[in-house]
Write a protein that binds this ligand. Sequence first.
Ligand code: GLV
Length: 327
Amino acid sequence: MVPKVFVTRRLPEPAMERLRAADVALDIWPEAGPPPYEVLLQRAAGVHGLLTLLTDRVDAPLLDAIGPQLRVISQMAVGVDNIDLDACTARGIPVGHTPGVLSDAVADLTIGLMIATARRFFEAAADMRAGRWGAWSPMGWVGPDLYGSTVGIVGLGRIGMAVARRLQGFGVTLLYHNRHRRPEAEATLAARYVSLPELLETSDFVSLHCPYTPETHHLIDAQALARMKPTAILINTARGGVVDQDALVDALRTGQIRAAGLDVFTPEPLPPDHPLLQLPNVTALPHIGSASIATRIRMAQMAVDNLLAGLEGRPLPHCANPHVGAS
Ligand code: GLV
């Protein structure tokens, strides 16, 4: 019997071609936005493979609605915090994801966001377009240097490492905090391991690169923000939930920290009238960390690789719950 597959959004064309050529009964959600959860429950019922994006909630009720024939979930993202991994593992369902291929794109965006936030790109550009460019002025639109600053990386995994490598060209003092020490980073990148409080207290830029888990929920809360320097800049290209967003609004409003560069929010999409988007010291982007053309194509291809492997009963090339099936 030909396996049934539901794909929750149209993917980049090279991946679509492979899906169309595969021996599967394909159902692809045709709209630009994600299928509403209620629709997903109905549309995915009876499938053998489900290809998801980070905008789809995958929980136990959905797995039950799909049924016991489900062989694989493949997500086109590295982060899988929208998926109840324990529920998948308990049902023996491997979950694919796309680590590695997006690290460079996200690291590039992170460095861009650091500079854009410190040097006030969007504020200055908005002033220029609105006719507020008077004359060149000695202290007009000034901001701090990334060059020569102290940068603290929270979460030195693949993406954090890619950021750290790029920062070698900026003459920074590099600090990091991670669940485990990374001796190779200390040796090759001169990164110094510090506690989270020390990192917050000493960094000019704090850049978040940890996964979003129950342990990292609101890791940067009011207390953490209070530890940061009043001149410090917070960069978040990880997940919105790592930061207590209400506390961040307060810290930015009161000048407890200087500015924030954010690519991720709670919720997404963030409503345009959200207080964060009214603050001049916020540089905000709509979750485009991995949005380079080549990266998105690679992510989609990897998601198809994982999907097809799961359908055929092979180990997934990139599995987020590798202990699945272990008793
Ligand atoms: C993007 O945020 C991803 O997790 O791939």
